[in-house]
Design a protein around this ligand. Structure first.
Ligand code: AMP
Ligand code: MG
Length: 348
C-alpha cells in the first residue's frame, strides 16, 4: 500500500492535512499521528474492521486490547458503561489531556476487536494538538497503540515511524519528538482500589497524591504472575542486539560493565553501553550512549526508546545497560528496560 507522509508543526497546524487524515479515519483507514507519549497507529475505535487493520500493520497479537483516544468528555461517556466515579473525575481534572489511561467498564457500543473481548475499555486523552484535532475532526474515538512493529522499541521520532510502518498504513502525520517518551500509565478503576497495570508518564507518587491508596499489579514487576494488562505479558521494546542490565551501587555497576565489555570483545562482539551523564566518560573500547543525568528521570524516559534504536543503527551486538533508580519516572523507565532485556539482569 502507498503511505501518504506529511510533516506538521504542532504550533501552526495545516488543518487541510488534518481534515484529509480525519477522512481516512472515517473511511476505516489507518493514520499514524504524534502524541506526547509515543507515536500512535490510529484507526476508528468504533469499527471492528478498522481496529483489525491496526493488528495487521503491527503484527500485534489479537488478544492484546487497544487504548481508545478521545478529545472530549462526550466521547469518553459514549465508550463507558457506568457513570464516572469520584476518583475518575479527580484524575481526569488533573491529568487529561495527558499520559494517563483509565480502565472503565465498557458500554455496548464498543466493538469486540478494541477490547479483545474484555468487558472493560481503556481510554485516554492525548496531550498533543495534532492528535486532538485529528480525533475531534474525525468525530470518532481513535484506537491507537504505539506505531512500531510489535515487539520493537516504541517510536518517539518521525524517522522511527517511517522505518517501521511506511507501506503498511494509509497515512503518517509527522510531528516533533514525543515529549514524555514512554507510554501512558494504565490505571484500572474497575475494582475497590485503583491498580496500576503499566507504569508510564504519570508516576505512582503522583497518583497516590490524588487518590491516597493505589496498588501496583504484581504481574508487571517480572514475577510469575500473569499481568492484568494483556499486552504486558509479551516481549516488548526489544532492540535487535542482546541486552543485559547491571543493577547495584553505581561504582560496582561501572566496573562490572567495563569487565563485561572486555569479555564481549574477546568473543568478537561489538558492545554498546547505555550509560548516564555521570558515567559516560568512564567506559572504554565500546560505543557509549548517555540517557541523560541520573538526577532527571523525565529526561531519561524521553530518551530511552530513541537510544535503544540508535544502538541498532550502529550495528551493536550486545548492549550493557546501567540500571536506574525506580522512583518517579524511573519506574516506567526500568519497566521498559527490563522488558527490552527480557529480564536479563545481573546484580552486583
Ligand atoms: P499500547 O497502546 O501498544 O501501549 O498497548 C495498550 C496497552 O493497554 C496494552 O498493554 C494492553 O494490554 C492494555 N489494555 C488495553 N485495554 C485494556 C483493558 N481493557 N484492560 C487492561 N489492559 C488494557
Ligand atoms: Mg506498544
Amino acid at each position: 500500500m502507498t503511505t501518504e507522509i506529511y510533516f506538521l508543526d504542532e504550533n501552526n497546524i495545516d488543518f487541510n492535512i488534518v481534515d484529509r487524515a480525519a477522512k481516512v479515519i472515517r473511511n476505516k483507514g489507518t493514520v499514524i499521528f504524534p502524541t506526547e507519549t509515543v507515536y500512535g497507529l490510529g484507526a476508528s475505535a468504533l469499527s471492528g474492521e478498522a481496529a483489525g487493520k491496526i493488528f495487521t500493520a503491527k503484527g500485534r497479537p489479537g488478544d492484546n486490547p487497544l487504548i481508545a483516544h478521545v478529545s472530549s468528555m462526550n466521547m469518553l461517556l459514549y465508550l463507558i458503561g457506568s457513570p464516572l466515579s469520584d476518583s475518575a473525575v479527580k484524575l481526569i481534572d488533573k491529568y487529561w489531556p495527558g499520559p494517563l489511561t483509565l480502565i472503565f467498564k465498557k458500554s455496548r457500543k464498543v466493538p469486540y476487536e478494541l477490547t479483545a473481548g474484555l468487558d472493560t475499555v481503556a481510554v485516554r486523552m492525548p496531550d498533543n494538538k495534532i492528535a486532538l484535532e485529528l480525533i475531534s475532526r474525525s468525530e470518532l474515538p481513535i484506537a491507537a497503540p504505539s506505531a512500531n512493529i510489535s515487539g520493537k522499541p516504541s517510536p518517539t521520532l518521525p524517522e522511527h515511524v517511517i522505518a517501521d510502518m511506511n507501506g503498511k498504513v494509509d497515512m503518517i502525520l509527522c510531528g516533533s519528538k514525543s515529549r514524555v517518551g514512554v507510554e501512558s500509565t494504565i490505571l484500572d478503576l474497575t475494582g475497590d482500589v485503583p491498580v496500576v497495570l503499566r507504569p508510564g508518564g504519570v508516576t505512582l507518587e503522583e497518583l497516590k497524591n490524588v487518590l491516597g491508596s493505589v496498588k501496583v499489579d504484581r504481574g508487571i514487576v517480572g514475577g510469575s504472575e500473569t499481568p492484568k494488562a494483556p499486552g504486558m505479558k509479551y516481549t516488548h521494546y526489544a532492540p535487535d542486539a542482546d541486552m543485559v542490565i547491571v543493577k547495584g551501587e553505581l561504582e560496582n555497576i561501572k566496573k562490572k560493565i567495563q569487565e563485561l565489555v572486555g569479555d564481549s570483545i574477546e568473543k568478537g562482539l561489538k558492545a554498546g553501553v547505555l550509560a548516564s551523564d555521570e558515567t559516560v566518560e568512564y567506559y572504554r573500547n565500546c560505543r557509549v550512549i548517555s540517557l541523560g543525568s541520573r538526577t532527571n528521570s523525565k529526561t531519561i524516559a524521553s530518551n530511552i526508546f530513541e537510544k535503544l534504536r540508535e544502538f541498532d543503527s550502529m550495528g551493536v551486538d550486545i548492549i550493557f545497560a546501567e540500571a536506574f533508580d525506580e522512583s518517579h519516572m524511573g519506574m516506567a523507565v526500568m519497566n521498559r528496560m527490563n522488558k527490552a532485556a527480557g529480564f536479563n539482569i545481573i546484580e552486583v
